[in-house]
Unconditional design. Structure first.
Lengths: 118, 118, 118
């Protein structure tokens, strides 16, 4: 059935480890050329994009072709709160920002990406 | 790619706020005419359909075209418990009841609706 | 639209009861011949495959045609930990092992199975 395509949806901080583990296992199983992988983070989970330890793991997966996406609405919402503000400019280059995460999820499924909620 | 279609699946009370926020952002992003939205509540989450504050927010989204669905099995199960009983007749008119929520989820995906679990 | 097809994804122990209840309601709604059902367990949720009470319930659903799948990666990971080790040989015959659960989820969606995360 040709190359596999999948979007992982992460919207809670506590699901990141599972998601990154799933992606690692998937690449081990079908090879980096056997699958096209996107991970879309929205909601509070975007805060992981400022976590050095997790970014290190993501960077390795990005080098294998995984595309990491951040929802702009969620980044803005985080900055309107007190704790952490993560500007788009501060994001590592392997993370792409999309205007609305949910729209990306819907369009991706329309383009044949499977949906997985880790 | 024409109009987008999406079904949001809510089966826990604590996911309602995220779901309604997702829908609000989605409509802001693509416009009320750019997307066909269903929200299917089953399990304990159907209790939100008796919560006045949440119903107010849903009503606004329903006016923009979002279809709110309740699983009949879940309504019945709630009524067999002690706390709250929500009869179908007591539901606001913008909420539709489906016999089995899971069947609705499966059929919708077969009809081209993307699946999102907030 | 012909026979329905669905894959249930369970990756947390606490979602098993909901998943098995969903399947029971689904079969009640459309009949055992109206739907093709797979349940894929990965992550810590595979431990349920060593739980006698839950296996009893699964066995009944399996007799109605539900296919129960276990992720081999997850079984191995459980065995590398301290508590419980569940070997493939110890699994009841109605449970099939797949090399990587995520791959199964992606392929199934490509084959027209709806995705449900209980």
């Amino acid at each position: 059935m040709g190359i596999l395509k999948v979007l992982f949806h992460v919207n809670e901080m506590e699901r990141w480890d599972t998601a990154l583990g799933n992606i690692t296992n998937l690449i081990k199983d079908v090879g980096r050329d056997g699958v096209q992988i996107k991970l879309l983070a929205n909601g509070p989970s975007v805060a992981a994009y400022s976590d050095a330890a997790r970014l290190e793991a993501m960077k390795l997966l990005a080098a294998d072709g995984t595309v990491f996406l951040a929802c702009r609405n969620s980044l803005k919402k985080m900055c309107s709160g007190a704790d952490v503000c993560l500007t788009e400019e501060a994001l590592p280059p392997f993370i792409k920002v999309v205007p609305a995460g949910i729209t990306e999820i819907i369009r991706s499924q329309g383009e044949g990406f499977a949906y997985v909620k880790p």
